[in-house]
Design a protein. Structure first.
Length: 339
């Protein structure tokens, strides 16, 4: 995750990883750099590691390549966990505050998963459903009907319902992909209902997660966030707008940010709506994904890449080899846009 950055930029990478260790009070950097992967992949380690490495990459862009985030970036957003990095990049949260929130939130989430598995005896996780784009709206409507959730009830009040009986729409990622979260046997039952009685036959892909993120199982994490964020110094307004995963609009106030960031643990991630808002209403044409993975970049590309736009592009910076290509391509597209 961070080894290539350590190889290419040892001083900058060491500084951020040492800062991370100091904030957390233990050597997470050793797990990141040396493993084992089984320990790194644990929720309570993986989430702060991903967030810290995302900030590390941004700092290298700024300090080694002269990338001026404040003047070059019009708006930030991040997919799920990535929202914390986006808030740091935009200036709403300090790195230390965000990292501590992420670590403790992840610990609560891991405990929630262990407890629900012990309580129910079932396996839990997440499953992506892929359908034809013109079928997505009807697929969502049918899923909500089978789950007993009208679209008007998709707010935090629905999470008081018993988590064992719940399957939730965790993500609406693109015009043809949603993600279900909850009990795997219940998700399989829902798929049977969709195919036999709902007139839908989406392709189902089990995600590499044993935790039902963005579902009622994670309600204790929402409660933790609501309490913990009260003690965090939030800058509002910050230097750059940031789009919420939950509202698919920029955060409107400090209170709005606190509420929506807390609800993110249990609510649906409206990624596709966020991308459509930025692309269609804000006219965003250049997209840069920063972090150790390319999920966000790939999901953005599926939406905005369907339209040939002069002066636009979608890039990911996941390793040092991609930086110079991204910077050159960005300069070219910005130059084309000015013509």
């Amino acid at each position: 995750m961070a080894n290539t950055w350590m190889d290419h930029f040892p001083q900058k990478a060491t500084r951020t990883l040492d800062e991370m260790d100091s904030i957390l009070g233990f050597k997470l950097s050793r797990i990141i750099l040396e493993g084992p992967n089984s320990k790194l992949n644990q929720t309570e380690n993986a989430q702060p590691a991903i967030m810290a490495v995302s900030v590390l990459i941004l700092r290298i862009l700024e300090e080694e390549f002269g990338f001026d985030t404040k003047s070059r970036v019009d708006v930030t957003l991040g997919h799920s966990l990535g929202e914390f990095s986006a808030l740091v990049a935009a200036g709403y949260l300090q790195f230390a505050d965000a990292l501590k929130l992420v670590r403790r939130r992840a610990e609560v989430m891991a405990r929630c998963t262990r407890q629900i598995v012990e309580q129910s005896g079932e396996s839990y996780g997440m499953v992506a459903l892929i359908c034809e784009p013109d079928r997505l709206e009807d697929l969502l409507k049918t899923v909500y009907e089978f789950l007993g959730l009208g679209t008007s009830r998709l707010d935090d009040t629905s999470h008081a319902m018993p988590p064992i009986s719940q399957v939730m729409v965790a993500n609406i990622n693109s015009p043809n992909q949603i993600v279900l979260s909850g009990s795997i046997p219940r998700i399989k039952s829902l798929l049977v209902q969709l195919r036999q009685f709902g007139g839908h036959d989406p392709r189902a892909v089990r995600l590499n997660s044993d935790s039902p993120f963005h579902s009622p199982v994670m309600s204790p994490a929402t409660e933790y966030m609501r309490t913990a964020i009260e003690g965090v110094d939030i800058a509002f307004p910050a230097m750059i707008p940031c789009v919420s995963n939950i509202s698919a609009l920029p955060f409107q106030s400090k209170e709005d940010l606190m509420q929506l960031l807390s609800r993110q643990c249990t609510d649906t991630i409206r990624w596709w709506d966020s991308i459509r808002y930025l692309h269609q209403e804000r006219g965003v044409r250049c997209w840069i994904g920063i972090g150790p993975g390319k999920v966000g970049r790939n999901l953005v590309g599926k939406e905005v890449g369907r339209v040939d736009t002069k002066g636009g592009g979608v890039w990911a910076v996941c390793n040092p080899r991609e930086i110079e290509d991204m910077m050159a391509a960005l300069e070219k597209t910005e130059s084309e846009a000015r013509r």
